[in-house]
Design a protein around this ligand. Structure first.
Ligand SMILES: C[S@@+](CC[C@H](N)C(=O)[O-])C[C@H]1O[C@@H](n2cnc3c(N)ncnc32)[C@H](O)[C@@H]1O
Length: 395
């Protein structure tokens, strides 16, 4: 009899505590700085953050994972081979762990950071060390900002912008010696991949056209605060002294076509009706009535002919203004034959893009262009400034 009230009271107490604990869990910021280890730099950062009026929380959406392993930071700086007269560009300095090390060896550091809270912490730490005269912080989105002149790049970048950022660097207007980048491991593997590797894709092809990529080291996720879900790697990208004479817009459009399905044979890719119509439409827009395509006048009106491929309606509508449905069928079929002739002439029909070197791909593109087949409207703008570039191209 006496036991019942006590157990009810116990249950009630347990329930209240549980509700309170659940509420706390729900209100706790997801990326709160909670990681514990004994690394001295870790303590420094936590102390630094706690000394701020507003405590700093790290945002996953901005890729805010702070590198705290001193050995890794030192290796990155050492491998970057920074000369005393060098200006270094750092993308995403965060709280400044890497920036402080860069300032010890470089003449000048330009740091582009999107988060004002990080900029405040960075400026404070840099001023404490007396380096403020050699640091210029640009509080903007690195993809939407013109880069200043720099000699080399050293950065632990936010992984979410890896592809457009690498594109902006290697295809941008600023000449530079090298870029030492800490990247997501899988992304780094794709940059390093060679023809025939499973990771080899359009990114590798496009970067390899203009730069060499060297592997430096893998970095464990445990070396970051807060700890990310993925491991990382450091690579060095070095722009090539000479790059092939190729229209880059044409090259990107060509590699985009070839690598849509990188393991399909080129014959299968270029046989697709949608692809043929796309290329036919482009050739008509560039050179209406050119000898590259069948003359519209030579086609009969053929209004009774059916087209049974509904998938291609958009492309077909786009070129309807040029000819009737039956004429389109004939033109498409003749254009397909022309494309296949080019592939056969270079023995490319049965080859897969994932196994081709850049030299082979360049050769195929030149064969297409010689035959009057283009992948990008040659009359369109050629020199994108590097801000527009990053927005427009993702490798
Ligand atoms: C991975 S953290 C690196 C922090 C620091 N470099 C380190 O190694 O500890 C990436 C940093 O990039 C910043 N960031 C994210 N998106 C950015 C962008 N689009 N432009 C510039 N900075 C950005 C984040 O706020 C964050 O501070």
């Amino acid at each position: 009899m006496l036991r019942t009230p006590r157990s009810i009271s116990f249950c009630l107490t347990w329930f209240v505590y549980r509700q309170r604990a659940l509420r706390q869990l729900r209100t706790k910021p997801v990326n709160r700085y909670t990681h514990k280890n004994n690394d001295s730099d870790d303590k420094k950062i936590r102390h630094l953050n706690e000394s701020q009026e507003d405590k700093v929380f790290f945002h996953k959406s901005k890729g805010q994972h702070i590198l705290t392993n001193q050995r890794v930071l030192d290796t990155i700086v050492r491998k970057s081979n920074i000369k005393p007269a060098d200006s270094v560009l750092e993308i995403g300095p965060g709280t400044g762990n890497l920036t402080l090390k860069l300032l010890e060896v470089a003449k000048k550091v330009f740091a582009i950071e999107i988060d004002k809270r990080m900029v405040d912490i960075l400026n404070k730490r840099v001023a404490e060390r007396g380096f403020q005269d050699r640091l210029t912080v640009i509080c903007k989105d690195a993809l939407k900002t013109e880069f200043p002149q720099f000699d080399i790049v050293v950065a632990n970048i936010p992984y979410g912008i890896s592809s457009p950022l690498v594109a902006k660097l290697v295809y941008g207007a600023n000449p530079f010696r090298s870029a030492t980048l800490l990247l997501q491991k899988e992304f780094a593997r794709r940059l390093l991949a060679s023809p025939g590797d499973s990771e080899f894709n359009r990114l590798a092809v496009n970067v390899k056209l203009v730069a060499d990529v060297e592997f430096v080291m893998d970095v464990s996720k445990r070396d970051f605060l807060p700890c990310p879900k993925v491991d990382s790697s450091v690579v060095i990208i070095r722009p090539k002294a000479e790059i092939p004479a190729v229209n880059l817009d044409e090259w990107w459009a060509f590699t985009r076509t070839c690598f849509t399905k990188k393991n399909k044979t080129l014959g299968a890719t270029f046989k697709q009706k949608k692809k043929v119509i796309e290329l036919l439409r482009l050739s008509k827009e560039m050179v209406p009535n050119s000898e590259n395509v069948v003359n519209v006048d030579s086609c009969d009106s053929g209004e009774d002919d059916d087209d049974d491929d509904d998938d291609n309606n958009d492309d077909e509508t786009a070129i309807e203004k040029f000819c009737s449905p039956s004429c389109l069928e004939k033109e498409t079929s003749l254009y397909k034959e022309k494309i296949m002739r080019v592939l056969k002439s270079g023995a490319f029909e049965d080859k897969r893009p994932s196994k081709l070197s850049n030299e082979e791909l360049l050769h195929l593109l030149s064969l297409f262009n010689q035959a009057g087949i283009y992948f990008h409207d040659q009359s369109e703008r050629k020199n994108a400034d590097n801000v527009a570039f990053a927005a427009a191209y993702s490798l």
